[in-house]
Design a protein around this ligand. Structure first.
Ligand SMILES: [Zn+2]
Length: 285
């Protein structure tokens, strides 16, 4: 009945069909617009779990930092990758000064613990051609290894902070304790296998180490750190585990001598990139 009335009206008033279609389309577009402007805007989409990890940063990029043409990576058949975990801290600048003086690159696996205080140091890392890797935000084993969701939320947090400071979306990861740590399974058996599989399937690259400076163990002298590193480096890839958290002053003290020894013995230095040969421990969970 209603349709007949409309038909008659159209016939009577000779309204062309095209105008009717246009009117309907306009109403649809207007409705879409109203729905869109009422939607709450989120600055950073959470990822649970890590699906489409790379597509979800939507906050505006910070001002671009110009990378200086210094500290070049030189890959040879005796390459050293210096890696520093748990920073930044007040010691990180000292380490950056030494790296600059020696003209060698390094890789920093950062946490959020003091990142707001040292955001200028993070900027400097990037500006001076080092790799900024992600080590999780809190580094709290009891939290990050209690569920997959906690781990990836925590990783997202540090990833977002690094992005906010530098504009880079780092895909280079180091798991707290390494992938072979024996603690994560106490919080959630099998979690290390699941985390590493999710990382790999989302094009993230995790790096353990094959040379331990042992600077994580209590108070260790700079001589000991020097011996541990220089006695263990060998032909091929050397990924050296060190720390730049605030209690690791002896690491900073040993660094320059380690670099000088390595240079004198034909080693070259490089930063970790996606192309670097991955050193993975045996997963223990
Ligand atoms: Zn750590």
């Amino acid at each position: 009945m209603q349709q007949k009335k409309i038909k008659n009206y159209i016939k009577k008033n000779k309204v062309p069909l095209i105008i009717i279609i246009c009117l309907i389309l306009n109403i649809i577009m207007l409705l879409n617009y109203v729905i869109k402007i009422n939607k709450p805007k989120s600055e950073f989409k959470e990822i649970k779990p890590l699906i489409n990890f790379n597509k979800n940063i939507e906050i505006p990029k910070p001002k671009k930092i110009k990378v200086k043409n210094i500290n070049p990576s030189i890959i040879s058949d005796k390459t050293i990758y210096l890696t520093f975990d748990d920073g930044p801290s007040y010691l990180t600048e000292t380490i950056l000064d030494i790296l600059k003086e020696e003209n060698v690159p390094a890789t920093f696996f950062v946490t959020s613990r003091q990142i707001d205080k040292y955001s200028n140091v993070i900027r400097r890392m990037y500006e001076e051609n080092h790799t900024i890797g992600l080590h999780t935000s809190t580094h709290l084993y009891s939290y990050i290894y209690s569920s997959d969701e906690n781990y990836f939320n925590d990783l997202n947090e540090i990833r977002m902070k690094v992005f906010n400071i530098t504009g880079i979306k780092s895909r280079i990861i180091r798991l707290p304790g390494g992938s072979s740590n024996t603690i994560s399974k106490k919080y959630n058996p099998g979690i290390m296998t699941r985390i590493t599989n999710t990382l790999i399937s989302n094009d993230f690259y995790y790096y353990d180490w094959n040379i331990d400076s042992e600077d994580a163990s209590g108070s260790i002298s700079k001589e000991c750190i020097y011996q541990n590193v220089t006695n263990r480096i060998h032909n091929g890839t050397n990924i050296i585990l060190m720390h730049d958290s605030s209690t690791k002053a002896t690491t900073a003290e040993a660094l320059q001598d380690i670099i000088k020894y390595a240079k004198a013995n034909g080693y070259t230095f490089a930063k970790i990139t996606k192309q670097t040969k991955q050193i993975h421990h045996h997963i223990n969970n």
